[in-house]
Design a protein around this ligand. Sequence first.
Ligand SMILES: [Ca+2]
Ligand SMILES: [Ca+2]
Length: 430
Amino acid sequence: MDWKSKLVGGLAVCGVGLSVACSAPAAQPVQSPQSRPLAAAGEPTSEPLTERSEPTVQAVPALAATAEPAPQATPQPLRPALMLLVSGLQRPVGLAHAGDPSLLYVLEQPGRVRVIRDGQLLERPFLDLTDRVGARANEQGLLGIAFAPDFAQSRKVFLNYTDRRGDTVIAGFLASPDGLTADPASEWTVLRIDQPYANHNGGQIAFGPDGMLYIGMGDGGSGGDPQNFAQNRASLLGKMLRIDVSASSPSAPYRIPPDNPDFGAQARPELWAIGLRNPWRFSFDRLTGDLYIADVGQNRFEEINFQPAGSRGGQNYGWRLREGFERFAGESAEPLTDPIWQYGREEGCSVTGGYVYRGSGLPDLFGAYLYGDYCAGTIWALQRGEDGVWRNRVVLRTELRISSFGEDAAGELYVIDHQGAVYRLVGQPT
Ligand SMILES: [Ca+2]
Ligand SMILES: [Ca+2]
């Protein structure tokens, strides 16, 4: 099928600003975002944020812009579309909220957290860590953010970045009462993890419904996990970690939750699940607490993994014994948790995990897990039917470099284009 025709049929790029209805004329060209060539990683592989080429975001002609809205006799069916929210960002890789519906926070990979207030990108960053963030390689930089569950009182926010040596740092910061800035000098280190290679540094950090901080760690890098970190219980690499930062301070950065699973005498107590390759993005369903982990594949398969709410942890998601459902290296002596979905190179090359949609703008997608592919630009919805079978469908085909998804306080979703823009997923009348 012709790519362009699919694109025009599936994607509408609407005007700037949340107040502009998607059916309004959208002739405004999308500003070509700043898209810096990424430095060569110097590593055998570097999947999640690899640039294949430098396509530009193209403004799609407005779809039959009508001057007069149709009479609202019956609810119109809505189809998903993307509305440009802000552009001009430097390699954005994440978006989060802290409970205030007027504020969104965007991660710029070189080391800044930017603020979008009421749909406008503020000039002054929330936090500028470019003096300590190392972002020379594709998968390095400021990668994750999580506001404390008690942020309204504690003002604590946690960030995940690679430092000038390329090692992972999870650190806490204190924000101002208005939520518009945080003090770079307030940093305290929660956890530091040596990184043997420039790629596969994970990225996501998120609080679970249990109030614990979950950290998705990549296998350290190179290709094929040459030192077998993901299956090594004595290493924090290639794992999902779970720590308690509810009383985090410089002198007592974190505690081990007493109900973390037991991976044996030699295991690190921070482990929650093992056998992950590069869980760049994971999320909890805000309604059910189910956990979705998108694990970037090696050569053949991109994975979506699922952990039901109430799980006690302890899963082994298989890497490097398996890639997707297939054997990769070695044999397993224990049960492995297969993904609920995988796709191969005909669909894309680097999965970007998203969120279960719990907003109100697109009722048809309510309860579906939305995710995408960095290389292909496709956005899918994965949902389990009442018969227990997971079904996957295309939501949109785009030309975006989808580095991440984000969720606002109301549960509406955003798509982050690594080339410099944030889009809001909206419902457009058909
Ligand atoms: Ca690494
Ligand atoms: Ca797996």
